[in-house]
Ligand binder design. Structure first.
Ligand code: ZN
Length: 89
């Protein structure tokens, strides 16, 4: 069982959370021309990194907040969690 520390609620079981994808994906700027290729890459293409990775998680059975998790995708070790507006390096 994986345990995740929600920045707002504390340590909870993984069952309370939903994975939200790569936290490093940047949405194309608003009010600018965006090619179909760039939009297609933003919507559909994701990397599948091995090792340390920053992800979005949603505390669906708790505070319902989105936050960031720095996790190793091979060992599932969680190094850090942070609010959505904080930077994780
Ligand atoms: Zn929470």
């Amino acid at each position: 069982m994986l345990y995740i520390k929600c920045p707002y609620c504390g340590m909870r079981s993984q069952n309370e959370f939903a994975y939200g994808g790569d936290a490093n994906v940047k949405r194309p700027e608003l009010n600018e021309e965006v090619s179909d290729k760039i939009w297609d890459e933003f919507v559909y293409l994701r990397k599948s990194p091995r090792g340390k990775h920053i992800e979005l998680w949603h505390h669906i059975s708790g505070c319902r907040q989105w936050f960031k998790v720095q996790r190793d995708t091979t060992t599932h070790e969680i190094f850090r969690t942070a609010a959505i507006n904080e930077d994780i390096k």
